[in-house]
Structure formats: structure tokens, C-alpha cells
Design a protein around this ligand. Structure first.
Ligand code: FES
Ligand code: FE2
Length: 428
């Protein structure tokens, strides 16, 4: 049973909270690289872990992530002029560089030294793999740059999207850890999604055996969630999901399609960014696949142009189709895997009340994930850095394979679960 205190502990990530301190140990996906595409482009509002910030790329291409509000009288620097190697507040002309240092206060003389004393909070922001990553923790524990495989492959080998989700990060991420819902919620999509049509062997395993057995074991950085279904001749079809603390999941691949997964990043306690990625470790993603993902198939979603808000959202009841629900074309009546997930996760309320839930054996993954998060946050108070910070623990893969009945999945799939440049995925 989850107590109200435990629920608070796991879901609050603002400054000074235990889980907030934990998230501040990692590089966080903050923006798509294309959001700051060129020097002196428009600054972007970025709220992360309940901190309002502004990101910008200065005239020299350097990236900055600084306090949203001007040190003078609190104007939002989103209105700022991005020019001549800095962001200038349009109210009285104070100007800041990418480190948040004030470099000009037009009303004061340079000799007064006033300007040098003004500095806004700032965090490192770096580009890797099409993502701008922010580090919001203490400088002395800043880790090496992230090495999730999706960020290490060439730009044509990956596809990234992100969407706004209006609920706490944890209930969204728990959807990524709980793969038992796939056989129900995504049943219709398993048959119709264009990104699955050439992976019917794996789909058939999913559709034939609903009595999926889960085995969850700890990995260096988080958890391995093994889902076992019956295959031919007494063998088992295993789908192995990776969870790397505190925000990453890798979905097991299907057929020769690119492999997908998510990052869940708290905006504040009641909303999060759901990042969705696909990549191929050994070759470019095909045109057809890219086209389908751009159209919102697979785990991606159609967005309102110019925003990261899904077209199907709470304001239009996610375009629920009761006749599709009745006919079984869609198990929930909502179209599209991503919106099937977010519609139900948002329906739990901004922060799910976990004191009222009743967990069953298929929830073992989320039970262990909560435990690991809580333990890591507690150990951090003793100065112990959490799992998942080291790049080696991020260099992992999901896998889908058939194993003999007596195989221990963690051992039998050991090699398949490590990301190695140039080595194909293990997939059925
Ligand atoms: S409020 Fe920004 S310069 Fe005055
Ligand atoms: Fe899902």
C-alpha cells in the first residue's frame, strides 16, 4: 500500500524535494535541437523540474539555459532580444550572456561595478544526438554526457518527437514500465499500425497469449522487465524492456523496424514531456517509416502545428470513437498508441492518488521501479550518487527473442541487451 507521504515523495520534483534532487543528478532532455536551430534565433521558454527557464543560442552558437526572469524587475526574458552574443531584456536593456552573467546595464556606469554583480541562475545545456540536454544539479557532481544509443547514432538513423502530457511524470513512466497493457489497450493498433505490418510473427505471440508472465530483475542503471509468452514447441517468446533511472525506457523491437522508447521528463508536478524516439543501430531509417512516424503512427503523435500539444487531447476527448470501441477496431476507442496511453494516464488526474490503487502481479515492474527511485533518493542524502548516472549504464538495448523453456532471460539475452555500435538489434 502506498501512503500519501510515499506518493508525495515519489511525485514532487521541484527544488529542494528528495525526488527533485535525484533528477538533478542526471542530464535531462530539455529541448529538441531544432528548437534552437541557429545563432540568435528566438529564445524558448523551458520549464523543468518546476523551474521556469529560458533557453537561447547566442550569436556565436553557444547554448544558454538561464532563469526566465530579468534580475532588474522580473520581466520574462522570453521577450528578450537575442543579439550580439547575449539576451537583452526589452524593458530597460539589461543584457545577459549564456552563463547568466549580466554584461550590460545601460543606466549604470561600468566603473560602478554594478553590472558585474548581477548574475542569473544558469545551467549547462549541450547538444547530443538531436537533443539539448540540461544538467541542473551541483557542478561538482556533473556526470559525463549521456550515452543512450539513440543519442549516439547518426541523424538519419533516428527519429525524435516530444509531446506535452498533462500529468505527473511518474504515472506516465509507469505506463512505459507496465507492458501488460499492450495486449489490451493497444490490441487494435497491433493489427493496424503501419509500423507493425511487417512484424506479424511478434504480434501473433502478443495476441495469442494474454496470460503474460513477468520477471523483473535489477540492472546496473534500473530494471530489466521480461515479459514471457508461449511460443512454438514449449519455447517462450520474451520481450525485454529496459528502464534506466530516472526517466528512460526502451520498448522491445518488432521485426526489422527501428526500435523505440521514451524519456519522461517532469515539467512541473502536474505535467511532463513525453519524448518518443526510434532508431536503427546499423542503418538509416527508411523513408516509409519516417513518413508514418511523422503522421503520428507507432509511438509518435500528430501535433497541433507550431506546438508540442497533441491534436487529440483532453479538450476534444481525444476524439474518442465509441463505434470503434464497440466493434473492437480499437480497444479503448482512441486512435493511436501514444494517445491511447496519454488519454488514460491523464485521466488518472494530475497526480495519481496511489493510496487507492490495488496492484497485481503484472505491476511488479512499477513496484520495483518506485522502490529503486525511493532508495536512490534516500541514498543521495548520504552523498551516494544514484544508478543510471554513468554512461555505461545507459548503453543498453531492449530485445525480443524466443528462448528455450529453462532459459534464465537475463543470462540468455545478456549480449542482446548491451548497445554495441554496428551490431544489429535482437528482434523477432
Ligand atoms: S526589467 Fe529587465 S531591464 Fe528592467
Ligand atoms: Fe502503451
Amino acid at each position: 500500500m502506498t501512503t500519501p507521504e510515499q506518493n508525495e515523495y515519489l511525485t514532487r520534483t521541484g527544488p529542494g524535494t528528495a525526488m527533485g534532487n535525484l533528477f538533478r543528478c542526471y542530464w535531462l532532455p530539455a529541448l529538441m535541437a531544432e528548437e534552437l536551430a541557429e545563432p540568435d534565433c528566438a529564445p524558448v521558454r523551458v520549464k523543468l523540474l518546476s523551474e521556469p527557464l529560458i533557453a537561447f543560442r547566442d550569436s556565436d552558437g553557444r547554448l544558454g539555459l538561464i532563469d526566465e526572469f530579468c534580475a532588474h524587475r522580473g520581466v520574462s526574458l522570453w521577450f528578450g532580444r537575442n543579439e550580439e552574443s547575449g539576451l537583452r531584456c526589452p524593458y530597460h536593456g539589461w543584457k545577459y550572456d549564456v552563463t547568466g552573467q549580466c554584461v550590460e546595464v545601460p543606466s549604470e556606469s561600468v566603473e560602478s561595478g554594478f553590472c558585474a554583480k548581477m548574475k542569473l541562475k544558469s545551467y549547462p545545456l549541450v547538444e547530443r544526438g538531436g537533443i539539448l540536454w540540461a544538467y541542473m544539479g551541483p557542478p561538482e557532481t556533473q556526470p559525463a554526457l549521456p550515452e543512450f544509443e539513440v543519442a549516439m547514432v547518426g541523424p538519419r538513423q533516428r527519429f525524435l518527437s516530444k509531446r506535452l502530457q498533462q500529468n505527473n511524470y511518474l504515472q506516465a513512466m509507469e505506463g512505459g514500465i507496465d507492458s501488460s497493457h499492450v495486449s489490451f489497450l493497444h490490441r487494435g493498433a497491433l493489427k493496424t499500425d503501419p509500423l507493425l505490418k511487417n512484424a506479424q510473427r511478434s504480434v501473433q505471440y502478443n495476441l495469442q497469449d494474454f496470460q503474460v508472465k513477468f520477471e523483473v530483475v535489477e540492472s546496473d542503471g534500473g530494471l530489466l522487465i521480461g515479459a514471457r509468452r508461449n511460443a512454438e514447441n514449449g519455447h517462450h517468446y520474451w520481450r525485454i524492456t529496459q528502464w534506466v533511472m530516472p526517466y528512460f525506457t526502451a520498448i522491445p523491437p518488432r521485426g526489422d523496424y527501428s526500435v523505440g522508447g521514451h524519456f519522461w521528463v517532469p515539467i512541473d508536478d502536474e505535467s511532463c514531456w513525453t519524448w518518443s524516439y526510434n532508431y536503427h543501430p546499423t542503418h538509416d531509417i527508411g523513408e516509409d517509416e519516417i513518413k508514418a512516424m511523422k503522421a503520428g503512427h507507432g509511438i509518435h503523435v500528430e501535433l497541433i502545428p507550431g506546438t508540442f500539444i497533441p491534436v487529440k487531447n483532453v479538450d476534444n476527448d481525444y476524439l474518442m470513437d465509441r463505434s470503434a470501441q464497440k466493434s473492437g477496431a480499437s480497444f479503448s476507442g482512441i486512435d493511436g498508441v501514444a494517445i491511447q496511453d496519454s488519454s488514460l494516464q491523464e485521466s488518472m488526474g494530475p497526480i495519481q492518488d496511489r493510496t487507492r490503487e490495488n496492484l497485481v502481479s503484472t505491476d511488479n515492474g512499477i513496484i520495483l521501479a518506485r522502490k529503486r527511485l525511493r532508495k536512490a533518493a534516500q541514498s543521495l542524502q548520504q552523498g551516494i550518487l544514484p544508478p543510471g548516472v554513468q554512461p555505461a549504464s545507459q548503453s543498453v538495448r531492449s530485445a525480443a527473442l524466443v528462448l528455450p523453456p529453462d532459459a534464465v532471460f537475463k543470462e540468455a539475452a545478456k549480449e542482446a541487451l548491451i548497445a554495441r555500435p554496428g551490431v544489429p538489434l535482437t528482434t523477432i
